[in-house]
Design a protein around this ligand. Structure first.
Ligand code: FNR
Length: 190
């Protein structure tokens, strides 16, 4: 069985370390996981005024989530929470009322920061949001990544053996989590 994982990069930065982390994670993931990025940068700010008639960019965004088996959030921490662009994207995905794209979806969160906090506070915030959205989150292992530039090569490979082992283990656990959720508790529209 293979699974499609839609991933969100919470940063809009052209030099994002979280985008590089997302690439590194794909390199160490089990081979039966396929990855597709679900971009968030072109979404306008959400308003309930759009609920009657979502713009095409938001329809495409929600359709992209619907085509995945699971979602992975790779995000920085901004002022002890998640970046506004990511929260905006989640708000779009959750609406209109009754059409929440994250309902029952297997999900995992991870993030990198240049500080020792490793996005721990942002991830707690994100977990609360995803709980409300009824996503089936992997709760363990947690992954709070303090970015060490020398541990990652430009081609996306990981050059530090213990970092590679940790991230490989994270993705292996996520794969098993996806299988458990989809076997025991399939999404309603599956
Ligand atoms: C930050 N940064 C940051 N880091 C952290 O550990 N906790 C925080 O609360 C914040 N807050 C914060 C706010 C804003 C507006 C910016 C721009 C940055 C620093 C952050 O970890 C660093 O910029 C990372 O490189 C961001 O990840 P990307 O964008 O490179 O993926």
């Amino acid at each position: 069985m293979s699974y499609t994982v839609g991933y969100f990069v919470g940063s809009l930065s052209s030099t994002s370390i979280n985008r590089r982390l997302a690439a590194a994670l794909q390199g160490v993931a089990p081979k039966d996981l396929e990855f597709v990025e679900i971009p968030i940068k072109d979404l306008p700010l959400y308003s309930p005024d759009f609920d009657e008639d979502f713009p095409l960019v938001a329809q495409d965004f929600k359709n992209a989530i619907a085509e995945t088996d699971a979602v992975l959030f790779v995000t920085p921490e901004y002022n002890r929470s998640i970046p506004g662009a990511l929260k905006n994207a989640i708000d779009w995905a959750s609406r209109p009322y009754g059409e929440n794209a994250f309902d029952h979806i297997p999900a995992a969160v991870i993030g990198a920061s240049v500080s020792s906090i490793g996005t721990a506070v942002a991830q707690q915030s994100l977990r609360g949001v995803l709980s409300y959205c009824n996503a089936r989150q992997m709760t363990s292992p947690e992954a709070y990544i303090t970015w060490v530039e020398e541990d990652y090569a430009d081609d996306g490979s990981i050059t530090n053996a213990s970092t590679e082992e940790f991230l490989r283990g994270f993705m292996t656990e996520f794969r098993d989590h996806i299988e458990r959720v989809l076997t025991v508790l399939p999404r309603p529209d599956a």
